[in-house]
Design a binder for this molecule. Structure first.
Ligand SMILES: [Zn+2]
Length: 319
């Protein structure tokens, strides 16, 4: 029984045809003129009906735009296709008892496309809660005054510290750099504690991926489009999982060894410089290292400058 549509689904049957002649020669089903006419119709549809950034999206570095769900649905209407989804495999481990204490939700979905009740194509896709974008989340600092997740680092020219930023929905409250109600908060990437809330999202994502894949192969739209690359970049792979695990394991000492592109050591950075790196760097490792150092810096009480001077004089060191 199919949970999504309520229909009973069987795996695709191979329907014998009369097209094979002598078992070695496959005759074309249509003439070249017909093929050209169909191609032109499809091309017209793509050019005139489908809208960029809604039905399809261009991703930098990719030669073809990615077909998005609305575009796939329009192609279904155009070709008279009715999609139907079948869950072919699922894992629903709410408590994580089978997965080292971490909940796991995983769905494999087959999208069948029917035309006039006849199956004309299908494709499989999956989605699971251990994919990076579902498994982790960015822990946000919460305003101790109003509870909004709108805390930003105050600019030095306005006295530094922390600000509950009104443009992000905050209350405008200010806090000093070392305020423990801010600095004691967890910050950075953390495992998502509410992953069970995403079960429906994960199933819908698997269906969306299967629909797009099925439409691409069935309608020949891969001439113009590719699968939504962004979705697949976020897809879990052992390499990506290992990379994220490794990021989580960067120690404070390792973080200090990082250097900027210009060769400046992370260990010499001010909080503002670290904040800048966190916002600007394209390297996930550098970002993580800067977060670790900033967290460490903010978790220590501020030292008065003359303490350092005394220390240096006592031990005969240069700052
Ligand atoms: Zn606030």
């Amino acid at each position: 029984m199919n949970e999504t549509t309520g229909e009973t689904m069987n795996s695709m049957e191979i329907i014998p045809t009369n097209e094979q002649v002598g078992g070695t020669f496959l005759a074309p089903a249509i003439t070249v003129d017909e093929a050209v006419a169909i191609y032109n119709q499809k091309n017209q549809f793509v050019q005139r009906i489908l809208k960029e950034n809604f039905d399809f999206g261009k991703i930098p570095g990719s030669s073809k735009p990615s077909l998005l769900k609305p575009g796939a649905e329009k192609l279904c209407s155009f070709f008279g296709l009715r999609p139907s989804f079948e869950i072919t495999n699922s894992i629903e481990d709410w408590m994580g008892t089978e997965h080292g204490g971490e909940p796991l939700f995983s769905y494999s979905v087959k999208c069948h496309l029917y035309r006039n009740g006849q199956p004309v194509g299908s494709a499989d896709a999956s989605c699971n809660s251990w994919e990076v974008k579902y498994r982790y989340r960015q822990a946000q600092r919460i305003c101790p005054t109003c509870g909004a997740t709108a805390i930003i680092k105050g600019k030095e020219e306005y006295g530094g510290g922390w600000l509950c930023f009104p443009k992000k929905g905050g209350c405008g409250a200010k806090f000093i750099d070392a305020d423990p109600s801010i600095t004691n908060q967890k910050w950075g990437m953390e495992k998502n504690p509410d992953v069970a809330d995403l079960v429906n999202t994960i199933l819908k994502m698997a269906e969306k991926r299967a629909l797009v894949a099925a439409v691409l192969v069935t309608t020949g739209a891969s001439e113009w489009f590719t699968q939504d690359i962004e979705e697949f970049q976020n897809n879990a792979s052992p390499e990506k999982e290992a990379f994220v695990e490794k990021l989580q394991q960067i120690t404070l000492e390792q973080a200090k060894q990082f250097k900027t592109d210009k060769g400046k050591s992370f260990s010499e950075m001010t909080a503002d410089q670290l904040e800048f790196i966190i916002q600007k760097t394209k390297s996930a490792q550098k970002k993580k290292a800067a977060e670790i150092l900033l967290d460490d810096m903010l978790s220590r009480p501020l030292e008065a400058p003359d303490v350092d001077t005394d220390f240096d004089q006592t031990f005969g060191k240069q700052a």
